[in-house]
Write a protein that binds this ligand. Structure first.
Ligand SMILES: *Cc1c(COP(=O)(O)O)cnc(C)c1O
Length: 429
């Protein structure tokens, strides 16, 4: 499989090159040359396949021959060693729980898959790769955990100071070994801009092989399409029309869902549910793409003013605005609405959502669901990751799972930086 840059001004590359480079030299995102639908028998039999088999069949074409079948299956077995349950919370509305991995947010699958691919490609290579990643909250922890101890890979995580939750901060600042956390005086977009600048700065890249572990990296982004297949496997017997509502920030997860539908997965509608960072919502209303600086919210992993993956979504709809509008809706919600939804779901159904999942729920409520529709919102993080806001809103106590309890008492290690120059100094020292 070849990947081309969406800026159309860089050579085509293989999967391994796309993973190692992260971003194309013309600043474009890599995109698969071709997406071939899976045979209909795959969907007819999906309930008889285990998750590793589903994942293998779905991802194989994107990797081609670069990772041999047995190795790839081993990677997937390792990455997918936890559950992805669909839990019905009211009539015709369910949540797909994606928080059963080691850092309790959905990014574990992409981060672990990418780490293992990079480890495989790098195993006979003497040169180190530096993974440089900006996080609005959960990416950092998932990447730190996924890459911990991977040989030949150093990880540098940039996060906005004071804008991630305590647990998120602990997850990315307490591991040590090959993981370093840089605490940036700014917002998430500043972190993301610094990372993008570093990739294009030859005074760094002449000395160091940098790559990204944000969803701009194809190995982080593509495996997220598994979730939508795993959900389908569980609800197929209902014979309903599926509508997915995906709490969206950088739009990588929902974009992977659209790739799953290109593979043949029957999905009636995709809803991008956002907080007040509503660039895509405004785009669908006005057809003008006008990114704004990100605003801080209680669903901080979605505080993104200029979502990197939206260009991939436009591409999946052949850059056709009306085709996009027919299959894709987007709604934005305030923090107050989010808290109201968390309370309502808790009081009515006894289910605790985190703020991101609650935004996803609101997206389904805004869409006018028909009789035969089945709405699934993705619960992208365990409520414990947003402990203060969840406990305060619901006036209840959330039990702390053991994998979180363990890191709460560990000591934070981070390096404060103020500017791009500071980042450069750090990388070149
Ligand atoms: C990253 C994240 C999101 C947003 O995902 P994108 O792929 O960036 O749209 C939503 N919820 C949680 C909890 C996250 O960590």
């Amino acid at each position: 499989m070849q990947y081309h840059s969406l800026n159309n001004n860089a050579p085509k590359v293989t999967f391994s090159e796309a993973v190692i480079k992260g971003l194309a030299p013309d600043k474009g995102l890599y995109f698969p040359e071709k997406i071939t639908p899976l045979p209909t028998s795959f969907f007819e039999n999906i309930e008889n396949l285990d998750n590793v088999e589903i994942a293998y069949q779905a991802i194989q074409q994107f990797i081609g021959t670069e990772i041999p079948e047995e190795e790839l299956r081993d990677i997937l077995k390792d990455v997918l060693n936890f559950d992805f349950p669909v839990v019905e919370i009211e009539n015709n509305i369910a949540t797909l729980e994606l928080f059963h991995g080691p850092t309790m947010a959905f990014k574990d699958v992409g981060a672990r898959f990418m780490a293992r691919c990079l480890g495989y490609f790098n195993k006979n290579n003497e040169n180190h790769v530096t993974v440089l990643v900006a996080t609005s909250g959960d990416t950092g922890g998932a990447v730190a955990n996924g890459f911990l101890g991977v040989k030949g890979v150093d990880v540098v995580i940039l996060y906005p100071t004071g804008k991630v939750s305590d647990i998120q901060e602990k997850q990315l600042t307490t591991l040590g070994q090959n993981i370093t956390a840089l605490e940036v005086d700014g917002v998430f977009d500043d972190c993301q801009d610094m990372v993008k600048t570093a990739f294009l700065d030859t005074s760094i890249t002449d000395h160091k092989q940098l790559t990204s572990a944000n969803s701009i990296n194809v190995a982080r982004w593509l495996p997220q399409l598994f979730y939508f297949l795993f959900a389908y496997k569980q609800v197929k017997h209902l014979k309903k029309d599926i509508i997915f509502s995906v709490p969206s920030g950088n739009f990588g997860n929902i974009c992977a869902g659209i790739v799953a539908s290109k593979l043949g997965l029957p999905v009636k509608q995709f809803i991008a549910s956002t907080n007040v960072n509503d660039t895509v919502v405004r785009y669908l209303e006005t057809s003008t793409y006008d990114p704004k600086p990100s605003k801080a919210t209680i669903s901080n992993a979605m505080d993104v003013g200029n979502p990197s993956n939206f260009i991939r979504i436009q591409n999946l709809f052949n850059n056709n605005f009306s085709a996009l509008k027919n299959n894709f809706s987007a709604y934005s919600f305030t923090d107050d609405q989010t808290k109201e939804a968390m309370k309502k779901i808790y009081n009515k159904n006894g289910y605790i959502t985190d703020p991101h999942g609650a935004v996803g729920y609101l997206g389904l409520k805004k869409q006018d669901l028909k009789n035969n529709d089945y709405g699934i919102f993705l619960e992208t993080a365990h409520p414990v990751k947003f402990l203060d806001i969840v406990q305060e809103t619901l006036e209840t106590v959330v039990e702390i799972p053991s994998q979180i309890e363990k890191i709460m008492h560990k000591e934070k290690h981070s390096i404060s930086i103020k500017s791009y120059e500071n980042l450069k100094e750090f990388l070149l020292k």
